[in-house]
Design a protein around this ligand. Structure first.
Ligand SMILES: Cc1cc2nc3c(=O)[nH]c(=O)nc-3n(C[C@H](O)[C@H](O)[C@H](O)COP(=O)(O)OP(=O)(O)OC[C@H]3O[C@@H](n4cnc5c(N)ncnc54)[C@H](O)[C@@H]3O)c2cc1C
Length: 397
């Protein structure tokens, strides 16, 4: 594409023909197979094993895994669009797909050696096994490097002891990436030094699954605490370099943030659509409420904020695909995508009035599901910290 686009020429953020060919069947599957049961799954908190299996066959659980391991080998731009599509239909399923791809599988893509890739990626890419990524602990969330889980070298492997909380796919996963401290933080360096990552099979003795959390939303996504009780892991399961795992954790989170931003936008987009259709139908004071400017302006605001957020998500994805630094862009995309998504869901509830507060139109479910996007993979406040650091660094002489 030339530097100046001519009229009619595709712009970088337009859907390509390949993306359209991929998204068409996926949208159809989401409309016919996923949307009809989303309310009931949310009500019962049931995990959609059957849908996961079918999406696995469509490549959705190996979005960026190379083809030689059975993945779809998509770029980040396309993966982000797919996450948005799923978010627009079912937030819980979206978190399942996003976390499986960007966290557990993402960490393997980031740090695994060839043997580990061959052993773990085919099952993950096909969804024969789901992936979980275990960083957060009872006493360390935003301050993740303060984690207390220990991996002690013994015989020809490691023995891991500790506990993790809020682990997505904690119960249903077959493959876990566990972040633990192997070494004391080196003198004079940040406490992130000395942290390592391990890939752990789901049937490893000492991996103890707790009771799934009862959450505000995302009821059919599995969130479970885990404990590791003398869990023995072979030395060959160490991911990347011992003691330097936190660098990979940060890279994994950067990638994950693009997905969570896209998820917020998907949920907000669904809320906007519901609210706009409702506003055109619902009459008060003798005309559709869409003809009251207060309501029309809310819709305008929702659409504008979501579009701005989408452009940030696509920009971060494009930078990642180009091999350029995208930490700042990913934080902005995550912050804007989640805040705009939640705000759109909240505005939709307001536009639907009492009907927004009850389950019938689903905007209350969308709001409950979207609310997580402002917390998981770095809260709003953590994104502000990252963005502020970049802004200040760029002006420091
Ligand atoms: C549904 C769900 C799924 C999740 N999935 C996973 C998963 O798969 N794997 C995983 O490892 N984790 C997972 N998490 C954990 C999630 O990433 C953490 O909850 C999140 O990072 C925040 O940590 P925390 O809950 O301990 O909050 P805290 O870190 O205790 O933060 C509490 C509040 O203090 C604020 N705060 C903290 N530090 C600062 C600061 N320096 N400046 C300003 N404000 C600050 C925070 O922004 C927040 O508002 C999940 C959480 C949920 C709810």
């Amino acid at each position: 594409m030339s530097a100046t686009a001519r009229p009619g020429e595709p712009l970088w953020f337009d859907l390509t023909a390949d993306q359209r060919a991929l998204l068409g069947p996926l949208r159809e599957f989401l409309r016919s197979e996923v949307a009809p049961g989303a309310v009931e799954r949310d009500r019962r908190g049931s995990f959609p094993h059957d849908i996961v299996r079918q999406l696995g066959a469509m490549g959705v659980f190996g979005l960026q895994v190379p083809e030689r391991y059975g993945g779809a080998a998509l770029d980040t731009l396309t993966a982000a669009r797919i996450i948005e599509e799923i978010g627009a239909v079912d937030g819980s399923l979206c978190l399942t797909v996003a976390s499986h791809n960007s966290l557990c599988t993402g960490h393997l893509l980031q740090a695994a050696d060839e043997g580990q890739r061959e052993r773990y990626l085919p099952d993950l890419a096909s969804a024969r096994k789901l992936g979980a990524w275990c960083l957060t602990e009872p006493a360390s969330g935003s301050d993740a490097a303060a984690l207390r889980t220990r991996a002690e070298e013994r015989d020809d492997g490691y023995v891991i002891d500790g506990s993790k909380v809020f682990i997505t796919q904690g119960t249903v996963a077959g493959t876990y990436v566990v972040i633990a401290r192997t070494d004391p933080a080196p003198e004079g360096r940040s406490k992130a030094g000395g942290i390592s990552a391990f890939v752990v099979d789901g049937d490893t003795p000492g991996l103890v699954r707790g009771t799934p959390e009862e959450k505000l939303g995302l009821h059919s996504s599995d969130t479970t605490p885990l404990t590791f009780e003398g869990m023995r892991v072979p030395a060959e399961n160490l991911l990347g370099r011992r003691g330097e795992g936190f660098e990979d954790v940060k890279a994994v989170l950067d990638g994950g943030r693009i997905g969570i931003g896209a998820m917020g936008i998907g949920l907000g987009r669904a809320a906007l659509e519901t609210a706009a259709r409702y506003a055109l139908e619902r009459e008060q004071f003798g005309r559709p409420i869409a003809r009251h400017q207060a309501i029309a302006f809310k819709l305008a605001e929702m659409a504008t904020e979501l579009e701005a957020a989408r452009l940030l998500v696509l920009k971060a994805a494009a930078l990642k695909d180009a091999g350029r630094d995208y930490t700042l862009a990913a934080s902005m995309a995550k912050l804007k995508g989640s805040v705009a998504g939640v705000a759109a869901c909240d505005a939709a509830i307001q536009i639907l009035g009492g009907y927004g507060y009850v389950r019938e139109y689903e905007v209350e479910r969308m709001w409950r599901d979207a609310r997580l996007t402002r917390i998981g993979e770095g809260t709003d406040e953590v994104q502000h910290l990252v963005i502020a650091r970049h802004v200040l660094n760029s002006f420091q002489s």
